[in-house]
Design a protein around this ligand. Sequence first.
Ligand SMILES: CC(=O)SCCNC(=O)CCNC(=O)[C@H](O)C(C)(C)COP(=O)(O)OP(=O)(O)OC[C@H]1O[C@@H](n2cnc3c(N)ncnc32)[C@H](O)[C@@H]1OP(=O)(O)O
Ligand SMILES: O=C([O-])CC(=O)C(=O)O
Length: 377
Amino acid sequence: MTDNVKINRGLKGVYFERSGVSDIDGAAGTLQYRGYSIHDLAKHATFEEVCHLLMKGELPNAAEIAAFDAEMRAARSVPDAVLDIIRVCKDGHPMDVLRTAVSALAALEPDSLATGEEAFLRNGMRLTAQVPTLVAAHEAIRSGRDPVAPDDSLGHAANWLWMLKGEKPSDNAARLADVDFVLHAEHGANASSFAARVTVGTEANLHGAIVTALSTLAGPAHGGAAEDVMKMVKEIGTPDKAAEYVKTKRANREAVTGFGHRVYRAEDPRARHMREGVRKLGEEMGAPEWYEILQAVVEAMKPYSRHGLNVNVDFYSGVIYQLHGIPMDLYVPIFAIGRMPGWVIQCIEQQRGNILIRPLTLYNGPEPREWVPIDAR
Ligand SMILES: CC(=O)SCCNC(=O)CCNC(=O)[C@H](O)C(C)(C)COP(=O)(O)OP(=O)(O)OC[C@H]1O[C@@H](n2cnc3c(N)ncnc32)[C@H](O)[C@@H]1OP(=O)(O)O
Ligand SMILES: O=C([O-])CC(=O)C(=O)O
């Protein structure tokens, strides 16, 4: 009876909902946030404008961005009790520490438990402002330094670098971080956003959904790829070793990290901005070899690209962070900082006319059988 049931493993190609937030054309390799091309946004918009566009629905005018930005800047600090919790688990992976800290915020800030659209937006803006503070505070604490307080005179990206390093970033460094956040801000029903929607589907609160999203982002098949690409680049060592590395991986039928995507068959449109960033920064910093290794891997992968296997957004981002001297285990938390507005709006969309997300698994276990008492087994 069940032989004819079609199983969509991994929900590949399945539409489960409508969304007015981002539009991905995997064949053409295009991405738009609410109708605006990612290329225009990467070139012209700040992360704060993109947050407004995603969370409130439109690009802000001057008065709107001033009010929005002021609210975000005022929300950056976190309770001391959360910093104490970070101190206790400081030796954990930054993604585990961030997830624990967000969970602690839910327990310490009573507003976090509110549900409904307004509460989700209010909490989503606050959490978007707080996540960089949590990541930077953890980095300071585990390095034996005091956390650096947020600086209200700086924008989101510049303030994050300030809190991370304790020194004011150059305009170039701040803009590169800003563009990185813009490119990572939203991406439809990716695994972490889908997981967040499943949590909201049970009428849980936003902080709970963000904890789910953080757990899901951490895996190497999703947000963990940038860290793995950097490990790969270090393992390869010099451009002339890239072809051998790729050949061995493919001979063992192993994935080459930073390649492939569930939706894109053309190149991920976000990758070109990161590629340019790596090339320029490498040249400026007198370290062009990372870019050369990456391009040698791309060249070596060409024979395997017949299915439309191309680099994704995270192929280049790790090297940018490396050139900025950012530890490898912070790469996924940086992705999380950028993805916050995407998760928030996906959660808001989910709770409008909410429905429990509960698909089916087709049973293929044993036929019904008789109970066997323990001493007869
Ligand atoms: C921000 C992000 O989350 S982007 C993704 C980041 N993740 C990575 O970079 C990790 C490496 N990539 C992967 O593991 C995969 O590409 C995924 C998980 C992202 C997507 O996987 P899927 O949607 O299952 O890929 P899909 O089934 O369409 O793959 C098509 C073909 O490309 C191959 N392929 C996919 N990714 C890779 C890869 N990274 N290296 C080598 N071959 C690959 C598959 O083996 C398959 O080949 P086949 O048809 O000969 O069996
Ligand atoms: O969409 C996906 O499957 C993964 C991705 O690129 C993202 O979350 O940015």
